[in-house]
Structure formats: structure tokens, C-alpha cells
Design a protein around this ligand. Structure first.
Ligand code: SF4
Ligand code: SF4
Ligand code: SF4
Ligand code: FES
Length: 954
């Protein structure tokens, strides 16, 4: 179990200040940074001052008057939460008068509070109850006869928490949490004086308000007014375990609060460095999928996909899979099988799958879903900066002055980081958004993007080259940085290239659709900063990578950061917002066919020999097949068997019909997963997977931060995923004998220079570690490329804009682009099995009013979306979030068939699919597409075959 301090609430936030002050609190001397509240200083001195409206994640408010203190030489009784500590102060936190005042305040609160403590869900976890005890409240003189709120109606509209106004003490913590922590500003205190109460929006139920169900208000509430429904049902937890969210690349730390093997609630971990006590609706609330009735917990096999499934023992399933793989290799050759590992899995699992493929299959046919999202990041950053990873910590954004967000929608995709970024923006940093769509950040409460470059999808590289043109031709290059840190030759070539008139914003305007003056202004802002503050940081997402020029754009971003001197310190950098929880980790672990763990090419003899010696097997020096190559080879008949752990390629990869054809052509598909997903419908062996709650391991988030995943309940099917891979390897005749995930990490550390110093013991001590972690950086590396780039000198690379082959024509006049929504996650296998469906129960097509009008489409109409690859049908949302000529959809539901329309086009360097640009026609229709009808038919058959499964004899 991880070591973690019992969460102490210091009452007010930490203040950073080099100047310190020393004062006396209750006779004890304490020294604190200047600006620290008396309340926080008292905690440092070991004294807890009573409080209700203060908590250390929020700025003090000073409303409850419970934290009054006496200060020598001052009149009255100042509130310790709002009074800053001063040198030489003499403070008393206890006296008969203070006791009397506090008791009086408590009496007022309690006189308007239902005294149902014994049956209240917060019993045992209620600050009001605690304060009644602390202040020595013994009776309440006022009675309940006067006006009170005891019968105020509950709001139960949110599926995860209730709001019971009868218990509200109007401390404002929830309102401040929504503003300061989350940045949504959904709550207000409505009414005045006695009538004042918390209200979402305009006195609306929570579900009808702007609330995004992050739960920050619930966490901040000191009473049971805002309370998790799971706690209402299950009662208080009896122990807690630190673990990491299994959804997105932010990698929030959580305390899983448990009752035996049952999760009572997930509470964001205050000491989690990626999230510092905050979370989004998915991590905090959407964990019910782990115990959903759809979980498959028995291994199954079948000869053909038209047969019903047969439940078998683990031994039988694993031996069958192994014998099929060996049969296929004997018949079609060693290269006829391969393995895929999902970036949802742990590092240890990813490491083991690639080891299985390289050592037991005897080839390099291993790939991961990072192929379809951030492979260009790995390639582009390695080429320019020398390391395939982002350069900063998330916290670094707190020191940024200009933030450029390109092709990312953090509010939906990386919500906890978005909250952090929004805090910085509210504090004065300037924002540039480069995105075809008006994402939330462009205009949200108290935030306005300085520039929104609303480019045409597919023209990123033209925009970045034009920005570089402005910076170079207007003399805005940080010449000193470039001279000291970068290669002169490549810089000069790049400078000459971007200076060409054809790369100017004016020349590119027709291509990008971005007015030249806007682009110039944005480039100037990024290069020069504002008010003399110059830290420029770039954050980007799949809107950069999932293009035919994805790698070029990543290099263009790195060029821009180097040219403006924005690498190698806090507040700057190149920051890929990784999609899934462990995209960074699965890439680090050697899940690509050309790279061993730690990004060492399989042809690198030194690296390969080290693995050969440790694994006691000869390894192949040529890269294996990438995912799309595997599919192509399956269709042409040379690739016949696939081990697929945690990845649903049939739903997540482009050109679904092509993928399905490849699936049908294979002879043995082994799927290891939580649910019978779309890929499993084509499988011959199903091995039940384990959720993040059922296994030990680590995830590595977008900041390169390695965090522990901790088992809080036994695996439902008996094995953690790494154990299943081990069983398969042993059945194939390649022995693996790990007794724990920790032993796998020890092997990773022994064989991977950037992980050399990583161990579970160190993770327990430090909480998390950002790699590289080795002799030079034993506690990890928060900021990369300080003083020198990993590759030595930074390398500029020419970024020639090449339009995609995916052309808009009269037949396909619109461009479809795709993205995520906050409440659902990727293929939706998890979130669709939670109450998150209440926010988003189907994918819809966003279309601009003018395009809708041209086609006679009205809100909610069914529209056919036809591309060169296929056709599907969705309902329309008419909105000017998208520009004319562009339509947009999410892709969380298999029946939507978003990937039926996406094409085989891909990034020139990495084969990352061009998900973000598909030429389509949209028209009003009356029925599902032919593909959707076929999907329903196939789905019905497969569900029938599952239902008709022959159950294992007990
Ligand atoms: S759940 Fe989050 S967004 Fe909703 S009101 Fe509470 S703090 Fe605001
Ligand atoms: S709902 Fe809770 S946090 Fe909000 S004002 Fe009422 S008691 Fe305070
Ligand atoms: S932001 Fe990402 S990691 Fe954090 S709770 Fe939400 S989904 Fe989980
Ligand atoms: S805690 Fe200081 S006034 Fe409420």
C-alpha cells in the first residue's frame, strides 16, 4: 500500500513567498511564508482553529466566524482564515470569550439544521458535527419554531450526488470550489440574508445547469448538503487506498475509499501531483463499469465466429490460444501472428505483451493504440528535441504568460488540466486557440481567447509555417537561445524556408482560411509575450497528430518553441495532451514494432543484446508490422493470428469495413478485455480482463509522470492482465515467472536507462516520478531539456505544407472532423456502462446553420454522412461552433459508425490515421445506413451467440 499522510486541512492555501515571518501562536513560535493566514500558521504550530467556511483548496471567505482569534494589541476578534500572519504577532486561539463566541455561532447554525445526525449520510464525516463537538455545544436555545429551511426540497437530478438545501449552512465553499477549482461558475448563492441558499444556474436543478458534475463542490461541502449518492447508499468507507484514474492522460491520483472490496467513493488525492485534489466526472464518479453486469468473467473459446461461445477453464482457454498460435506459425510462418496492447493497460502489462511478442512469438509484430493517436508526437519530438515526450509538468502552466492550444479541447478531453489552465488564464495569461471549432476555452466564464485561429481542418502545417514566417521576418526570434542551444545549420535552413513569401500569412490565407492579420497578431503575441512577460507554452492534442502531416506539425510546433526560446524552464515547452491514461507509458514500454522499451530501435545491437541476455532469447533486428500493416496482411492472407489486450480496434481504428474484413480473414483472434467489445465479436478466444481496481501496476501520464495503480479488490475473473499474458507465454513454451507487477517494473528499470531509478518503493515514497529517473535525476525530471536538449543541440526541421489527399469535391463538399466529449471516453466501453450516458447517450453530427439550411436539415433530423470509405447516419445538431464547410462528431458509440466514414489516409511518418479530415456529403435521410443495418444484424447474432454460450460445468 502507498504511504500517504492523513489529509490535514490547513484551512487556507499555501502561499509561495521567499520572505518569512515569525509569530507566536498559543505560546509557540512559528515561521511561515509572508501572506500565510493565521489559521494555516496555527496548523503549522500544531493547533487546529475551529472552522467551517475555510478549507485549504480555496481562498478564504471569512463568513462563518468560527475561526475567531485574539491578537495582542488588536481590538476585536479577527477571523484567522482571512488575517495574514505578521512578524511578532502574539495570537491566542483559545480563551473563554472565544469559546463563548464560537458556541453562539454554532447555536445559530444548529437552530436551522435538521438534527438527524444518526441517520445522516455524512455521519462520521461532517464538519458541522465536528465543530459542534469542538466548540462544546450542549444545547440550542432558539428551537425550530421560527422560520427555517428544514423542509426545503432535495435536488436529486444529478445521478451521482444529491443537494439537500435543508442542511446547507451557506458557507459558500461549493460556490468557490466551482469557481476557483473547477472554473465552471455554475453555482451562486441566491436570495439574501436568511433566505440565501446555494443555487445552480438560475435556480435550476443541477442537471439543467452549466454544472459538469466534476464533484468539486461535493468534496468541498462540509455537511451532507452535497453528498455522493454512493455514500448515501453504502455508508462511510472504512479504509482507503491510493491509486490512479484509468481514463485520460491527465493521470489524476485518487483515494479509493473502500468498504471491504467495495468502492464507496473515489476522492481525488490532494497529494496527487497531476491533479492536486481535483478530478472530473469520469474519474470521480464513472467507475461503476468495473462491477457492471456485462463484465465477462469466464474464459471462452469457439472454433468459428459463427459458433456459440463455450465457457472453459483458464487452462483450456490459454492452451487453446497457444496451440492455435503455434499451428498458425507452423503453417503460415513465424510472422503470421502478432499482438496489440492498449494504452489503457499498465506499463507492466504493456511491457509483458511486447516481451511475449518478441520473445515467445519470435517476431516484432507488436503495436499499440498510440499508433492511432500520438505516434507522431513520439516521432516529431524525438527528431527535434531528442526525446519522445512532453517537456513540462502540468503545474508549469501556472508560470505561463501566453498559452497556445492547438488541436486540443482540454475542457472535454483533459478536464482537470483545463481547470488548472483556466485558473492561470483568469489570473491574466493570454490565450491563443488554433482549432477549426469554437471549443469551450475560446469563450468560457471569465476567459476569452485573445486570438482564435479558426483554420480549415488539414491546414495545421500551413498555419505553423506562417506563424514561423512572422516570427522570423519580423525579427522576433530569440537569437541568443537559438545560438546557444540549437544547430546553426538546420536553423538557417529553416529560417530561409519559412521566410519565403509563399509561407507568409497572406499567401497562406486562402489555404488556411485564417485572416492574415489575426495570424500575424497571434504569432507576435506568442513570440513577445505581454507586459514584458515572455513564457510561451504550447499544448496540443489529436487535432495535431491525427493528420496526414501529423509528424510534420509536431516538428513545426517544436521549431516554433525553439525559435522563441520557449523550452527548458517552467512555464514554457511543448506539451502533448495525451489521450488515454497510459499512452505515454505504452510508447515508453516498447509497444511499437520498431522500438524496444525506452525508444531504442530494434536494430540497435547494444540495446537488443541487453534484452537478449536478460530474456535468454534471440531477438529480431527488423521492425515488425504496424496495426494497419497487420490488417492489410490479414486481408492478403499472410497474417492469421492476433493477441489483442484491451484494445477495440474494430471500433477505434479507421475504415471499419476494412478492419472487419481483416478480422474475418484471421484464423485465431484472442481478445483479452473487460467486455465483449466490438473486436471480441470477431474473436475465437476470449480471456477476461481486469479493471484498474483489480490489479497492481503503474500508468505514465502526459507529463511523463509514473503513478501507482493499486489493487483494491481481487480480479473478478481470477487473474490480473499481466498474469494472463504470463500464462499465455508459458503455454507457448517461453517461461515467465513474475510473482508481482513490482518484479516486472524491476526488470523494466534494469533494462531501460530512463527508468533506471524507478521502483515501487520509490513511488511509495515520492507519490509519483517523472522520467527520466536515473543516477543523474534520482527523483525524476519535472522539466526536460534544461540547459541542453536531450539530443544535444535542438534541430529545426523544414515543415513544407502538403495538402492532404482527402480533397473536398462536389460529391464530398464538407470536411468531417472528430473529437471527444467530457462525459464519454473514447470507444465508450466503460463510460457507456455508467450514468454518464445521462449527459451523452448518442453521437450527433454538428453542422453549421448555413450548411444545414442548404440541405433542408433541421435540429434533430437524421442525416446520412457519406465519405469515400462508407456511410453512416446520425442526428444533427445545428450550431455555429463549427464553421461553414465543416461538420463534427464524437465517436463514443459503436452503432454511430464514425470510423465507417474515416479513411485509410495516414501520417507519412507513423501511419497515425487522418481521423481529423474526411471529405463527406451530408443529406437528410429516413433510415440507418446500410452499414448500420448490417452492424445491427451482426451484433444481434453475436449477442445471441453469447447468450447461447455453453456454460462451463461447475
Ligand atoms: S459538480 Fe463541479 S461543475 Fe457542478 S456545480 Fe459542483 S463544482 Fe460546479
Ligand atoms: S451546499 Fe455545502 S458547501 Fe455549499 S454553501 Fe451549503 S453547506 Fe456550504
Ligand atoms: S481528468 Fe482524466 S485522469 Fe483526471 S479524473 Fe478526469 S478522466 Fe480521470
Ligand atoms: S473559517 Fe474563518 S470565517 Fe469561517
Amino acid at each position: 500500500m502507498l504511504e500517504h499522510s492523513h489529509d490535514i486541512d490547513y484551512g487556507t492555501p499555501r502561499r509561495e513567498n521567499e520572505e518569512e515571518v515569525t509569530l507566536d501562536i498559543d505560546g509557540m513560535q512559528v515561521t511561515v511564508p509572508k501572506g500565510t493566514s493565521l489559521m494555516r500558521a496555527a496548523v503549522d504550530a500544531g493547533v487546529q482553529v475551529p472552522k467551517l467556511c475555510a478549507t485549504d483548496s480555496l481562498e478564504p471567505f471569512g463568513s462563518c466566524r468560527l475561526c475567531l482569534v485574539e491578537i495582542d494589541g488588536r481590538r476585536g476578534y479577527p477571523a484567522s482564515c482571512t488575517t495574514p500572519a505578521e512578524a511578532g504577532m502574539k495570537v491566542r486561539t483559545q480563551s473563554p470569550k472565544l469559546q463563548e463566541l464560537r458556541k453562539g455561532m454554532m447555536e445559530l447554525y444548529i437552530s436551522d439544521h435538521p438534527l438527524d445526525c444518526l441517520t445522516c449520510a455524512a455521519n462520521g464525516d461532517c464538519e458541522l458535527q465536528d465543530m459542534a463537538g469542538v466548540t462544546g455545544l450542549r444545547n440550542v436555545r432558539y428551537g425550530y419554531d421560527g422560520a427555517n429551511h428544514l423542509h426545503a426540497k432535495k435536488d436529486e437530478s444529478n445521478p451521482y450526488f444529491t443537494y439537500d438545501p435543508s442542511k446547507c449552512i451557506v458557507c459558500n465553499r461549493c460556490v468557490r470550489a466551482c469557481e476557483e477549482t473547477q472554473g465552471t461558475f455554475a453555482l451562486t448563492i441566491s436570495g439574501r440574508g436568511f433566505d440565501s441558499r446555494v443555487s445552480p444556474g438560475q435556480d435550476q436543478p443541477f442537471m439543467e445547469s452549466e454544472c459538469v458534475s466534476c464533484g468539486a463542490c461535493v468534496q468541498a461541502c462540509p455537511t451532507a448538503t452535497l453528498q455522493e449518492k454512493s455514500v448515501i447508499w453504502l455508508g462511510q468507507a472504512e479504509h482507503s487506498v491510493i491509486t490512479t484514474c484509468a481514463y485520460c492522460g491527465v493521470g489524476c491520483g485518487f483515494k479509493a475509499e473502500m468498504k471491504g472490496n467495495e468502492v464507496v467513493r473515489m476522492v481525488p488525492w490532494k497529494d496527487g501531483k497531476a491533479n492536486e485534489g481535483h478530478s472530473c466526472v469520469k474519474g470521480r464518479f464513472a467507475w461503476g463499469y468495473a462491477t457492471h453486469k456485462d463484465r465477462m468473467v469466464k474464459p471462452m473459446i469457439r472454433k468459428k465466429i459463427t459458433d456459440p461461445w463455450q465457457e472453459v477453464s483458464w487452462d483450456e482457454a490459454v492452451n487453446y490460444a497457444a496451440s492455435e498460435f503455434r499451428r498458425i506459425q507452423a503453417k503460415y510462418g513465424q510472422d503470421s501472428i502478432g499482438g496489440l496492447v492498449s494504452s489503457r493497460c499498465t506499463n507492466e502489462e504493456g511491457y509483458l505483451v511486447q516481451k511475449l511478442v518478441r520473445a515467445a512469438f519470435g517476431n516484432n509484430n507488436v503495436d499499440t493504440c498510440a499508433r492511432v493517436c500520438h505516434s507522431p508526437t513520439g516521432y516529431g519530438l524525438k527528431q527535434t528535441l531528442g526525446e519522445s515526450a512532453g517537456t513540462q509538468t502540468f503545474k508549469s502552466v501556472e508560470k505561463s504568460d501566453v498559452i497556445m492550444v492547438i488541436g486540443a479541447n482540454p475542457s472535454d478531453g483533459h478536464p482537470v488540466f483545463a481547470s488548472r489552465m483556466k485558473r492561470r488564464l483568469r489570473a491574466g495569461a493570454k490565450l491563443i486557440v488554433v482549432d477549426p471549432r469554437t471549443i469551450d476555452l475560446v469563450k468560457s466564464p471569465h476567459i476569452r481567447a485573445e486570438h482564435h485561429l479558426k483554420l480549415k481542418p488539414g491546414t495545421n502545417v500551413a498555419v505553423i509555417s506562417a506563424m514561423a514566417h512572422v516570427i522570423v521576418t519580423e525579427g522576433l526570434v530569440d537569437e541568443a537561445f537559438v545560438a546557444e542551444r540549437c544547430e546553426a545549420k538546420s536553423f538557417n535552413e529553416w529560417r530561409e524556408f519559412v521566410s519565403r513569401p509563399e509561407n507568409s500569412p497572406e499567401a497562406m490565407e486562402a489555404v488556411t482560411g485564417v485572416p492574415a492579420a489575426d495570424l500575424r497578431a497571434a504569432a507576435r503575441l506568442f513570440a513577445t509575450g505581454h507586459d514584458g512577460k515572455k513564457n510561451g507554452a504550447i499544448y496540443y492534442g489529436l487535432g495535431v497528430t491525427e493528420h496526414s502531416q501529423g509528424s510534420t506539425m509536431v516538428m513545426g510546433i517544436a521549431n516554433l518553441a525553439m525559435a522563441t526560446g520557449n523550452v527548458g524552464r517552467e512555464g514554457v515547452g511543448v506539451n502533448p495532451l495525451r489521450g488515454q491514461n497510459n499512452v505515454q507509458g505504452s510508447c515508453d514500454m516498447g509497444s511499437f514494432p520498431h522500438e524496444l522499451p525506452g525508444y531504442r530501435h530494434v536494430s540497435d545491437t547494444t540495446a537488443r543484446s541487453a534484452f537478449e541476455a536478460a530474456w535468454n532469447v534471440a531477438l529480431r533486428a527488423e521492425p515488425g508490422l504496424r496495426i494497419p500493416n497487420m490488417f492489410d496482411a490479414a486481408i492478403t492472407g499472410s497474417f492469421k493470428g492476433l493477441y489483442c489486450e484491451g484494445e477495440d480496434v474494430v471500433q477505434s481504428d479507421p475504415n471499419t469495413q476494412h478492419v472487419a474484413e481483416a478480422m474475418m480473414a484471421m484464423e485465431c483472434i484472442v481478445v483479452q478485455d473487460l467486455f465483449l467489445n466490438e473486436t471480441a465479436k470477431y474473436a475465437h478466444v476470449f480471456l477476461p480482463g481486469s479493471s484498474f481496481l483489480e490489479k497492481d501496476g503503474t500508468f505514465t501520464n502526459a507529463e511523463r509522470r509514473i503513478s501507482r495503480v493499486t489493487k483494491v479488490m481481487p480480479p473478478k475473473a481470477g487473474y490480473a492482465d499481466w498474469e494472463v499474458t504470463q500464462l499465455l507465454s508459458n503455454a507457448l513454451g517461453y517461461p515467465m515467472n513474475y510473482r508481482s507487477a513490482e518484479e516486472i517494473m524491476d526488470e523494466i528499470a534494469a533494462l531501460t536507462p530512463t527508468f533506471k531509478g524507478v521502483s515501487y518503493a520509490k513511488l511509495a515514497k515520492l507519490g509519483s516520478i517523472q522520467w527520466p529517473c536515473n543516477d543523474e535525476a534520482p527523483d525524476g525530471t519535472p522539466t526536460m531539456h534544461i540547459g541542453e536538449f536531450v539530443r544535444g543541440k535542438g534541430r529545426f526541421i523544414i515543415t513544407q505544407y502538403v495538402p492532404t489527399d482527402e480533397k473536398v469535391t462536389r460529391m464530398f463538399p464538407l470536411i468531417l472532423t472528430t473529437g471527444r466529449i467530457l462525459s464519454q471516453y473514447n470507444v465508450g466501453a466503460q463510460t457507456r456502462r455508467t450514468e454518464n450516458n445521462q449527459w451523452h447517450s448518442e453521437d450527433r453530427l454538428e453542422i453549421h446553420p448555413s450548411d444545414a439550411e442548404d440541405r433542408g436539415v433541421e435540429e434533430g433530423d437524421w442525416v446520412g454522412i457519406k465519405s469515400r470509405a462508407g456511410e453512416t447516419v446520425l442526428r444533427a445538431i445545428i450550431t455555429d461552433r463549427v464553421q461553414p464547410g465543416v461538420v463534427y462528431t464524437t465517436f463514443h458509440f459503436p452503432e454511430s459508425g464514425a470510423n465507417v466514414i474515416t479513411t485509410d489516409n495516414s501520417d507519412w511518418a507513423t501511419n497515425c490515421p487522418e481521423f481529423k479530415v474526411t471529405a463527406v456529403q451530408v443529406m437528410k435521410v429516413m433510415q440507418p445506413s446500410a452499414w448500420q443495418q448490417e452492424y445491427s444484424r451482426f451484433n444481434r447474432i453475436q449477442e445471441g451467440l453469447l447468450e447461447a454460450r455453453i456454460e462451463e460445468a461447475q
